[in-house]
Ligand binder design. Sequence first.
Ligand code: ARG
Length: 590
Amino acid sequence: MTLQSRLSDAFGEAFAALGHDATFGVVVESSKGDAPYQCNGAMAAAGAAKKRGEKLNPRDVASAVAAHLADNPLIETLEIAGPGFLNITPSAQALAETAQAISEDPIRGLSAGAELTIVIDYGGANVAKPMHVGHLRSAVIGEALKRLMRARGHTVIGDAHLGDWGLQMGHLISELAIEQPSLIYFDEAYDGNYPDISPVTMDDLARLYPQASNAAKDDADRMELSRVATADLQAGHKGYRALLDHFIAVSVEALKEGYGRLGVEFDLWNGEACVDPLIPDMVEELRHAGLAEEDGGALIVRIEREDDKKEMPPVMLLASSGAVLYHTTDLATLVDRKAQINPDLILYVVDQRQALHFEQIFRATAKAGWFREDQLEHLGFGTMNGTDGKPFKTRDGGVLRLEDLMEMMQTAAETRLTESGIGADFDPEERAEVARLVGLAALKFADLQNARLTNYVFDPERFTAFEGKTGPYLLYAAVRIKSILRKADDMGAAFGPIIPEDPAEVALVLALDAYPKAIALAAEKRAPHILCDHVYGLAQAFSRFYTNCPILVDETPEVIRASRLSLAKATLEQLEHGLGIIGLDVPEKM
Ligand code: ARG
């Protein structure tokens, strides 16, 4: 248990013993410098008493609580301030116990207790289209949430949910039919086994798709070809389905590599296409339940409610052409997840601009009784913008490929390394690898440190700075501790019990103590930025500690050195653990 929760328990007991609600005892970090912690429950308790018609002075409540806790061994001093704040300074004994627990296990107490099965739907890349800057945020945020929930002890399944079932497939098929009409996939008479080897590469797909969609833009006949191909595919055309399976396989291979380079890994590569077989039964079920109704030839589910403040258009199950839509595949995916996984919770990490889409399918799902609405959450996010305040584009206004974005970051990181004189003695390969890690850390941290829904401006120079709240600063902090520990090892220095004496040591112990709470809060609020704040605060606390408390110099007595080394080691372990959750890999040296 953390020191802060032990204090909360003690205060809770005191409030309860005095006839108040124990929840008033919650202890929080202090906003002012008077003491590390404070309890503001006296005012709340007086407020509650007033509601019952009792008159209590909050300062009297605070004094009674303080008197009750006078002999508590966790507390050094307890001061009453203002209207009834209780400022709490923990005792040396409490600090030593806490430090001991932390050095034994710097990442203790993270589990949530009640473990859930959670599906996280993120990534959401589309088959045949190269990954671009627009795919960054879902991947980075989704991956962080996945790792965060796992750290809490939940079973988490990350699903890439490929976009592979819309008009874009019809575009590809029809374009390929124009280019290579003699392929057996287009031979109506052929009904045998289609070859295992794909007739197209990823480069072919990346070329065919824009070719087709551009051609169809102002040519209705060309568009019709794509529409018909889409309809035929969805109606079960065997050759088209075989082609689609190739498109998917080729794309997934490329996507695995692309996401892999970002440090993002999925457990499932399911997509829209793989739930298509479930659609007829699902539609039947919705009809049978009286939820699906015809509307001008289309099949819809009405989802509006009396208290709706905004217009709530119906869910579109089938277009009047009979075509399956984005709503339909997402609903069928829920039917599939229910049957295959039966998760307690599904989190969708998708651009905020799709908020209405998710509200619609969540309502329809709840009406159908597949999931409760509180089991489905859309976690939207804002956009990464250029300096013009619009979603980031290349200089000529095109979409920036993710690959190119990462290269830009690596180059920016290389410049920073040169400027800072870091890695001057590395061989070129080692240096490039460090630059890659620094660039990636810069990009991810800059993204995750914002509250999810905020937009931010892409600024490689600011992101890669080694000073300030940046990924590179954090990597550097961790690498520095690694190097201290290496030197200590060379000197044969020993580790020993942590004795927090210097205020900077105390502050570092308290910062370490706050980890489980930061993890719990970040998970509960689906807010990786809370964890970013924690690791940044921890790195700063370490920096102050290292400035004020020399470790390896001759003058430091052995017991103190041993204590400080243990504190440094615990900090590194927690820092690396936290950075690992937000997806930052720490190099051995820098
Ligand atoms: N492929 C979609 C897009 O590009 C994102 C998919 C998000 N996930 C979902 N279950 N709808 O917009």
